[in-house]
Design a protein around this ligand. Structure first.
Ligand code: SAH
Length: 506
C-alpha cells in the first residue's frame, strides 16, 4: 500500500501545456487538488472526475491568516486521502510560501514531494523575446520580490545592492509598488536610462508588454493601466531582442475563438488554440452518448470477418467501436480479414492507437471524397461494406457505395444530441457575441452547427463579425441552409486544418 503523500507541484505560468510531465501525471491521479488563483483552471479538466478540488486563491491584504488555514487544510486532506496535489502557479517554491506549507507537513509527519515548475519570471521574459543571460550584456540574473518595497511586512531587499547589480533584475509582485521600487533604485544610483520592461498576464492571450527607461516605466504602466500579475525586468536585457517577440507575433494572439463541439472535443481543441496565444471560449453544444439500443451494432461486430471493408468517419466512431469490442471480450484481431478505410488522417491516427493501420485514407477528408476515391480505386461490386459511425450521419455516402454495386450496412455506434443548456452559459455567450467580444465561431459538424444556432437567439450571428468558420463542405452546406454562409472554410478538413486556415487569414 502506498503511503499518503502531498505533491507540491508547479503548474507553470498560464498555458496548461507548460506543466512538467511528472506534475501532469500527478494531477491526473490525485484524489484531491488544492490550487491557487494563478493556476490555469483548465488543468483541472485533466484530473480524475471524482477528485476533490479546492481553490485557495488568496485575497490581497489578509495573507497570514489565510496561509495558516491553508497549512491546516493540507494536513487535514493528507489524512483523508492517499494522494493530495498542492498546485501552485509557476514554480511551487519561488515566492510561493511553500516552505510554510511543507513545514506544516513535516510537523504532522506527512510525506511530500516537490515537482518544480516553469517560473513566471523566466517564462515572461521568454514569451516577450527577452534573453536574461545574453552573453553580450548579462552574466547573472536576480529574482526579487517587490512585495516588501513599502518597507512593511518582512525583510526588504537591499535596493542599494540591487542598484549596483549589473545583471538582469526580475521582480515579482512589484506592480503595486513599482513607483517605490524604481525610486529606490534611482536614488541608489541606478542610471535613469537603464532599460525596463513590464510583462503582465504573461503566457496568456492577454499578455501585455510595456518598455521604457527605468525613470519612466512606473508612469507608463499607470498610463497604460497595467495590473498584476506582472513581472518587471530591469537591465540591458529588458530592451529585448529584435524580432524575437514570437508569442505576441502569432497571428491568432489575443483572438477570442468560440468553440462549439462536445465537452471532450472542445477541451482538446482549446489547448491547440491556447498554444497559439488565442483565447478559447467554450460552449459545449452537443453530447456524444451511447445508443439506447445497441443490439444491431453488436451483431455487426460479432461478424466483422464477413465484411470486405469497414469504414470509420470519425475518431469517436473508432473509440466507441473498440470499447464495445473489448467489452464483448474481443480485440483488434477481429479486424484481421477485413480492410479498413478512415475518412481523415486524425481518424487514421486514432485507429493506429489501437495497433490498427488504415488501408485507405482519401486525399480529401469528406464523405463524398471518401466514396468517390474508393469507387475509383477499387472494384466495389458485391463488396460488403460496414459503416461504423454516428446515428445522425448523412446518408449520401450509403447511396454512392450502393450505386457502385456494393452492399452497404450502415451501423450506428454512438448518438449525438443537442446539449441541454444552462441559461447562464447561453447568456454569457450571447453577451460576448453582442458586444463583439468573439472574433471567430468554429463549426466542425452539421450537429454542432444546428445545436449551437438553435441555442442562441436568431440574428445574433451574422457573417463578418464574428467570422464564421467551417471545417469543410458538409458543415458549410448545413450553415448555408440555416442562412449563415461561413466566412472561412478550412481546405484541409481537420482541427489542424482550421488552425492553419485561421493563421493564414488573421
Ligand atoms: N511561484 C510563482 C510566483 C508566485 S508570486 C512562480 O514561480 O511563478 C506571484 C507573482 O508571480 C505575481 O505577483 C507576479 O509577479 C508573478 N506572476 C505569476 N504569474 C504571472 C503571469 N502569468 N504573468 C506575469 N507575472 C506572473
Amino acid at each position: 500500500m502506498r503511503t499518503p503523500k502531498i505533491y507540491f507541484i508547479g503548474a507553470g505560468p498560464g498555458e496548461t501545456a507548460l506543466i512538467t510531465v511528472k506534475g501532469f501525471s500527478a494531477v491526473q491521479h490525485a484524489d484531491c487538488i488544492i490550487y491557487d488563483g494563478l493556476v490555469n483552471p483548465s488543468l483541472l479538466d485533466h484530473a480524475n472526475p471524482d477528485a476533490e478540488r479546492i481553490s485557495v486563491a488568496k485575497r490581497s491584504g489578509c495573507h497570514s491568516m489565510e496561509q495558516e488555514q491553508i497549512n491546516a487544510l493540507l494536513v487535514e486532506k493528507a489524512r483523508q486521502y492517499k494522494m493530495v496535489v498542492r498546485l501552485k502557479g509557476g514554480d511551487p517554491c519561488l515566492f510561493g510560501r511553500a516552505a510554510e506549507e511543507i513545514s506544516a507537513c513535516i510537523e504532522a509527519g506527512i510525506a511530500f514531494e516537490i515537482v518544480p515548475g516553469v517560473t513566471a519570471g523566466l517564462a515572461a521574459a521568454e514569451y516577450a523575446g527577452i534573453f536574461l543571460t545574453n552573453r553580450d550584456y548579462a552574466s547573472s540574473v536576480c529574482l526579487v520580490t517587490g512585495h516588501q518595497a513599502q518597507g512593511k511586512d518582512g525583510d526588504e531587499p537591499d535596493w542599494k545592492w540591487l542598484a549596483r547589480f549589473n545583471g538582469s533584475l526580475v521582480i515579482y509582485m512589484g506592480m503595486e509598488t513599482i513607483g517605490q521600487i524604481t525610486q529606490k533604485l534611482l536614488a541608489s544610483g541606478k542610471p535613469a536610462q537603464t532599460p525596463a520592461c513590464v510583462i503582465c498576464r504573461a503566457v496568456s492571450p492577454r499578455q501585455r508588454v510595456v518598455k521604457a527607461p527605468l525613470s519612466g516605466i512606473a508612469d507608463l504602466c499607470k498610463a497604460e493601466g497595467l495590473e498584476a500579475p506582472a513581472i518587471i525586468i530591469i537591465g540591458t536585457a529588458a530592451q529585448g531582442m529584435n524580432r524575437a517577440d514570437w508569442f505576441m507575433q502569432n497571428r491568432l494572439f489575443g483572438k477570442r475563438v468560440l468553440l462549439t463541439r462536445d465537452a471532450a472535443g472542445n477541451r482538446v481543441f482549446a489547448e491547440k488554440f491556447a498554444a497559439c496565444g488565442a483565447e478559447p471560449v467554450l460552449f459545449d453544444s452537443i453530447d456524444i452518448i451511447d445508443l439506447t439500443d445497441s443490439s444491431f451494432v453488436s451483431e455487426c461486430l460479432r461478424n466483422l470477418s464477413s465484411y470486405d471493408w469497414i469504414i470509420f468517419t470519425s475518431a469517436n466512431g473508432i473509440t466507441r467501436t473498440l470499447d464495445r469490442l473489448h467489452k464483448s471480450g474481443l480485440d483488434a484481431r477481429a479486424f484481421a480479414s477485413t480492410r479498413i478505410a478512415c475518412i481523415g488522417r486524425p481518424t487514421a491516427d486514432k485507429l493506429a492507437e489501437y495497433g490498427l493501420k488504415a488501408d485507405f485514407v482519401p486525399c480529401s477528408f469528406t464523405s463524398e471524397a471518401m466514396a468517390a476515391e474508393m469507387i475509383a480505386a477499387f472494384d466495389l461490386r458485391d463488396q460488403k461494406i460496414l459503416l461504423l459511425r454516428s446515428q445522425v450521419a448523412p446518408k449520401d455516402i450509403v447511396r454512392a457505395f450502393t450505386n457502385a454495386g456494393a452492399q452497404v450496412t450502415d451501423a450506428s455506434v454512438y448518438n449525438v444530441v443537442a446539449r441541454r443548456q444552462e441559461a447562464e452559459s447561453v447568456n454569457a455567450i450571447c453577451q460576448d457575441l453582442e458586444a463583439g467580444r468573439i472574433d471567430y465561431v468554429i463549426f466542425t459538424s452539421d450537429s454542432t452547427a444546428c445545436a449551437f444556432i438553435n441555442s442562441v437567439p436568431q440574428g445574433l450571428l451574422r457573417p463578418g463579425r464574428p467570422q464564421i468558420v467551417s471545417i469543410g463542405p458538409a458543415t458549410t452546406r448545413s450553415l448555408e441552409r440555416m442562412g449563415l454562409a461561413p466566412d472561412i472554410e478550412a481546405s484541409v478538413h481537420t482541427l489542424d486544418g482550421i488552425l492553419d486556415a485561421l493563421q493564414e487569414r488573421s
